[in-house]
Design a protein around this ligand. Structure first.
Ligand SMILES: NC(=O)c1ccc[n+]([C@@H]2O[C@H](COP(=O)([O-])OP(=O)(O)OC[C@H]3O[C@@H](n4cnc5c(N)ncnc54)[C@H](OP(=O)(O)O)[C@@H]3O)[C@@H](O)[C@H]2O)c1
Length: 274
C-alpha cells in the first residue's frame, strides 16, 4: 500500500487525511507537513498521523498531495525539486495551477495529477475532477481516483476543462450557500423565526439534493413536479425569471472561470527548474 503525504494540512488537507483514515488507510501509511507546530500536534493527537518535514515526506511517501494555497506553491516546489524523481507521484489540489507548472519546476519525468476538489470533502461528499499531466499513467490516475473516492465522487476530465470545473464545482458550494442564505432572509421577511427558517431551508436543500442524486431525474422534471397550474411555485419562478436569476448564474460561473484562467497565468512567467 502506498504511503501518502499531505503537504499543507489546512481545511482540505485535514479533510483528506480524515477521509483516507475512514476509507481504511492506516495512520502509519499517512504523513503530513504543517508550518505551525501547535496545529501539527493537534492533528497528530486527533488522527494519530505523523507530522514530518518536507524532505522526510519526499523520502518516505510514494504520493505527495499538495494542499497549500496556490500563492504558497513556490517555496514548496523549491523544496521538492531536488527530492523527487519519476517514482514519486505528485497530486496537486491547488486551484488554477497547471500540471505544466510542476513539470517545469520538478525533475524530468515526475508524474503529476491535477485535482479540483471542493469543500464538502470535510463531510465525505466532495466532487473532485482529476486530470493527468504529461508523465502520469493510467495507473497513477487510478490510484488518485481510489484515494479521492474515500472523500466523495470523482470524475476524469481533460486538463483544458479544469477552469470550467473550478468555476462549477470548485466554487459551486458557495453558490448553494448564497442561495440558502437568501432564502433564509426571505423566511425572516415573511415573519418566521430565524431558527425555523434555517431548519426549513437547510432540510429542503438536503432533500432536493438527495432527490437529484438518487432519482436520476432531470432537474426540470423535479421542478415541474412542484409547479402546479396557477399555484404558488409558478409565481415564484416567474419572479426568478423576471429578475434574471438564470442569466445571473450563467454570468457568475463564466466570471469564476475567467478568474481561474487568470490565476493560472499568474504562474506562467515563473522560472523553470533551478
Ligand atoms: N477551500 C476550497 O473551497 C477549495 C476548493 C478546491 C480546491 N481548494 C484548494 O485546496 C488547497 C488548500 O485549500 P484550503 O482551503 O485547505 O487552504 P488552507 O486551509 O489555507 O490550507 C492550506 C494549509 O497549507 C499550509 N501551508 C502553506 N504553506 C506550507 C508549506 N510550505 N508547508 C506546509 N504547510 C504549508 C497552510 O499553513 P498556514 O496556516 O501557515 O498558511 C495551511 O494550513 C488550495 O490550493 C485550494 O486552491 C480549496
Amino acid at each position: 500500500m502506498s504511503v501518502i503525504a499531505v503537504m499543507g494540512a489546512g481545511k482540505i488537507g485535514e479533510a483528506l487525511l480524515s477521509g483516507l483514515l475512514h476509507g481504511g488507510r492506516r495512520p502509519g501509511d499517512l504523513l503530513f507537513t504543517e508550518r505551525h507546530p501547535e496545529r501539527a500536534a493537534e492533528l497528530t493527537s486527533r488522527y494519530g498521523v505523523e507530522a514530518v518535514e518536507v524532505d522526510e515526506a519526499a523520502k518516505r511517501a510514494d504520493v505527495l498531495v499538495v494542499a497549500v494555497k496556490p500563492q504558497d506553491i513556490d517555496p514548496v516546489l523549491v523544496e521538492l525539486a531536488p527530492l523527487l524523481g519519476p517514482s514519486s507521484l505528485v497530486v496537486s489540489l491547488c486551484a488554477g495551477l497547471p500540471t505544466a507548472l510542476y513539470e517545469r519546476r520538478l525533475a524530468d519525468g515526475v508524474p503529476v495529477v491535477r485535482v479540483m476538489p471542493n469543500t464538502p470533502m470535510v463531510v465525505g461528499e466532495a466532487m473532485s475532477a482529476i486530470s493527468p499531466g504529461r508523465y502520469a499513467t493510467a495507473e497513477h490516475l487510478a490510484l488518485v481516483e481510489e484515494l479521492l473516492a474515500c472523500v466523495g465522487k470523482v470524475v476524469r476530465v481533460p486538463e483544458s476543462q479544469q477552469d470550467a470545473v473550478t468555476a462549477l464545482s470548485g466554487s459551486g458550494p458557495a453558490y448553494f450557500f448564497f442561495l440558502v442564505e437568501a432564502m433564509i432572509d426571505a423566511g425572516i421577511l415573511l415573519g418566521l423565526p430565524r431558527a425555523v427558517a434555517e431548519k426549513l431551508i437547510i432540510q429542503s436543500a438536503v432533500g432536493a439534493s438527495k432527490m437529484l442524486a438518487d432519482t436520476g431525474e432531470h432537474p426540470v422534471t423535479l421542478r415541474e413536479a412542484v409547479t402546479s397550474p396557477a399555484g404558488t411555485t409558478i409565481n415564484a419562478i416567474r419572479e426568478l425569471e423576471n429578475h434574471g436569476v438564470r442569466a445571473a448564474l450563467i454570468a457568475a460561473i463564466e466570471a469564476a472561470r475567467d478568474r481561474s484562467v487568470e490565476l493560472g497565468k499568474a504562474h506562467e512567467d515563473q522560472p523553470d527548474k533551478r
